[in-house]
Design a binder for this molecule. Structure first.
Ligand code: HEM
Length: 137
């Protein structure tokens, strides 16, 4: 992972923190369910109004662990196994990555920089690959 991409992902966290979480969550899930409608039933309907918190859990997880991924192999394995139990398949990681990048770009508009996209794609891709590998029994 390129050090400058790690730095960019962490820098963009500052921007994410400024954003209205509900708006960001709505953008993300609307997009995700449009491009991958089959994943909708995996999300708990009772907690749907707070679904944006799951997106934030995911973003926080990535950002806080990005520069020491080797030390959290067990956490990733646990997260990956829970995702298998949620019904998540390898191909869904692509859809989530696409929806994530799209909604970050939309949410920040002119403040979003192209280099954030490159950095997030790299970092998300690495964590997703680790989760997919760890989720395969
Ligand atoms: C790098 C990729 C991802 C990360 C870091 C991530 C992270 C998380 C975290 C931290 C949670 C909170 C609950 C827990 O810890 O088990 C969660 C829940 C969840 N994630 Fe992910 N996730 C990722 C990818 C995906 C993908 C590809 C899907 C497919 C649709 C997905 C679907 C879900 C669902 C269904 C839940 C639980 C929802 C519920 O309880 O209603 N995630 N994720």
């Amino acid at each position: 992972m390129k050090p400058e991409n790690i730095e960019l992902v962490q820098k963009s966290w500052f921007l994410i923190a400024q954003m209205d979480k509900k708006v960001l969550g709505k953008l993300f899930y609307t997009r995700l369910f449009k491009i991958a409608p089959e994943v909708k039933p995996m999300f708990n309907k009772r907690t749907m109004p707070a679904q944006y918190e799951k997106l934030l859990d995911m973003l926080s997880y990535i950002i806080h662990h990005v520069d020491h991924l080797d030390t959290i192999a067990e956490n990733i394995a646990g997260l990956a196994k829970r995702h298998v139990a949620y019904g998540v398949k390898a191909e869904h990681y692509q859809a989530v990555g696409t929806a994530l990048l799209w909604s970050l770009g939309q949410g920040f508009g002119k403040y979003w920089e192209e280099e954030f996209t490159v950095a997030w794609n790299e970092v998300y891709g690495i964590i997703a690959a680790k989760m997919i590998a760890a989720g395969i029994n």
